[in-house]
Design a protein around this ligand. Structure first.
Ligand code: FES
Ligand code: FES
Length: 163
C-alpha cells in the first residue's frame, strides 16, 4: 500500500513519519512515535480513552487518521507536565485526591479536561460531570474524579493557567 510522508507537531516538536493512509492517529502516536500514554479502549469513539488535543480541540484519536493530522499541532498526555517534569495541576490533583485507580481512562480524561477548563476555568460540579460524560471510567467512581477536577481548577485559577 502507498505510504505517505507526514509531519505532526506533537507537544511542540515536529515529528515526521511515514504512514499508510489507513493508520489512525492513535496508532501513529503509539506505534510510530512511541507515545503510549494515549490509550485505546473501544476503538470506535465511545470511551474517550484515546482523547488528544488537535489544534487545541479535543479529538478521538481512534477515529482520526494520522494523515488528517499532517501539519497540525497535537497535544498528548506526555505534553502536559511542566518543563522540569513537575505535575500539571490536573495530574497533581488526580494523584492527591485519588482521581484514578488503574489509570486507563486518565490520559483521555485529562486531555478532555484541559480543553474544558481552558474554556470554563470556574466550573460547577454539574458542568464538570457534563464535560467528562464522554470519558468512561470503569473503576474509580466519579466522586473522587470530580473532587480532583474542582481542586485542579482552583489551583489553575490561582496560578493564572488556562491549559
Ligand atoms: S478508544 Fe477512542 S473513543 Fe474509545
Ligand atoms: S481509573 Fe480505571 S478506568 Fe478509570
Amino acid at each position: 500500500m502507498t505510504e505517505l510522508r507526514i509531519t505532526i507537531d506533537v507537544n511542540g516538536e515536529a515529528r515526521p513519519c511515514t504512514v499508510e493512509p489507513r493508520l489512525t492517529l492513535a496508532d501513529c502516536l503509539r506505534h510510530e512515535l512511541g507515545l503510549t500514554g494515549t490509550h485505546l479502549g473501544c476503538e470506535h469513539g465511545v470511551c474517550g480513552a484515546c482523547t488528544v488535543l488537535v489544534d487545541g480541540v479535543s479529538a478521538r484519536s481512534c477515529l482520526m487518521l494520522a494523515v488528517q493530522a499532517d501539519g497540525a499541532k497535537v497535544r498528548t498526555i506526555e505534553g502536559i507536565a511542566g518543563k522540569n517534569g513537575a505535575f500539571h495541576p490536573l495530574q497533581e490533583a488526580f494523584h492527591r485526591l485519588h482521581g484514578l485507580q488503574c489509570g486507563f481512562c486518565t490520559p483521555g480524561m485529562l486531555m478532555t479536561l484541559l480543553e474544558f477548563l481552558g474554556e470554563k476555568p470556574d466550573p460547577t460540579e454539574a458542568e464538570v460531570r457534563d464535560a467528562i460524560s464522554g470519558n468512561l471510567c470503569r473503576c474509580t467512581g466519579y466522586q473522587s474524579i470530580i473532587a480532583a477536577v474542582m481542586a485542579a481548577a482552583a489551583e489553575m485559577r490561582r496560578l493564572g493557567m488556562r491549559s
